[in-house]
Design a binder for this molecule. Sequence first.
Ligand SMILES: Nc1ncnc2c1ncn2[C@@H]1O[C@H](COP(=O)(O)O)[C@@H](O)[C@H]1OP(=O)(O)O
Ligand SMILES: [Mg+2]
Ligand SMILES: [Mg+2]
Ligand SMILES: [Mg+2]
Length: 364
Amino acid sequence: MASLAFSLEKRVAISAVTRACSLTSIVFQNLVKNETLTKGDKSPVTVADFSAQAVVNAILAKAFPDDPIVGEEDSADLRTPSTDGLRKHLTSLANDALHLPLRSAALGDDVAEDASWGIGPDSPVRSTDELLTLIDRGTYEGGPRGRMWTLDPIDGTKGFLRGGQYAVGLALIVDSVVQFGVMACPNLPVSSTDPDGEKGCILVAARGQGLEQRPLSNLGLSKALRQPQTLPPLSSIALLESLEAAHSSHSFSGLFSKHMGITAPPLRMDSMAKYACLARGEGGLYFRMPTKGSDYKEKIWDHAAGVLFVEEAGGVVSNLRGEPLNFGLGRTLGDNHGIVACFKDLYPQVMEAVKKAKEEAKDE
Ligand SMILES: Nc1ncnc2c1ncn2[C@@H]1O[C@H](COP(=O)(O)O)[C@@H](O)[C@H]1OP(=O)(O)O
Ligand SMILES: [Mg+2]
Ligand SMILES: [Mg+2]
Ligand SMILES: [Mg+2]
């Protein structure tokens, strides 16, 4: 990334999500079962989701005090007597992550941290009340105009709980367009060709400036990423999709794959790491179809960074009607219907196969 556009956002966002990851790893190693709650929509949320949102919001609040935040979590469930222990744990986890030593320019100027963001060993200790208020900085309603951040403190909480893929995702939206995004994937192999090798990477993109990846173990080591420019044969394409059958219809994607002529088994994984994989050239196609009867509305924080990554890597993303995802409708993608992301050259064929699969599904 040669240009200076979004250079401050990049330093701040890398600092925020990597500090959040330090605490999610600690929580995973010591996971206490009674610190996982079930939300109103039946999805799980852990002390790590809440603490990671507090950490990222604390840093954004200092570095960009005027920017609103659309974050997944809020503090309502934390304000009951039964969550005393969880609140206490959140307070120590978030303070520990914010107090980690400052990473210096020795790693490279583009990741050097700044004490004025309220981080480092000399930063103030945040009280529980302050941290709950920071979590609630994420309650912004979103909308078509202005600058706003969108945050998923743990995307793929189910993946996180089972030791699978999860991500901390943060993106900057300006006038409905995703301009900048970071995604930290602590369990994603650094090299797609070495699945048993080192795990943990962070991907960063700014619109028009390409996509880069750094290992979480060495933030100073940046590598530019691009999808392969030539379309691979269909026999080598694998469809990336949710592990959770309740999040994306596996039966419809099976029909779709048949009409595409895809023969490889699907690559199923939790979280927005699927976008990171696709942007790195893995799989070749990401597919998401609502399950029958589902009235779930996709959230902007689950897709903003990933969509930018795929576009910066030279791919295309749309809903299953062929329309671009709209990040200016509020906290959700509105009546968006499904998602597909793939190589540009593959896209016309994909839309044709979607049409055929829909026709066949109607007849069933
Ligand atoms: N019923 C649902 N349908 C689709 N996505 C859902 C549903 N419930 C939760 N999600 C969100 O889907 C994403 C995971 O998708 P995938 O299955 O592709 O990994 C997560 O963001 C998860 O939220 P969360 O951030 O709380 O984990
Ligand atoms: Mg959740
Ligand atoms: Mg999510
Ligand atoms: Mg989440």
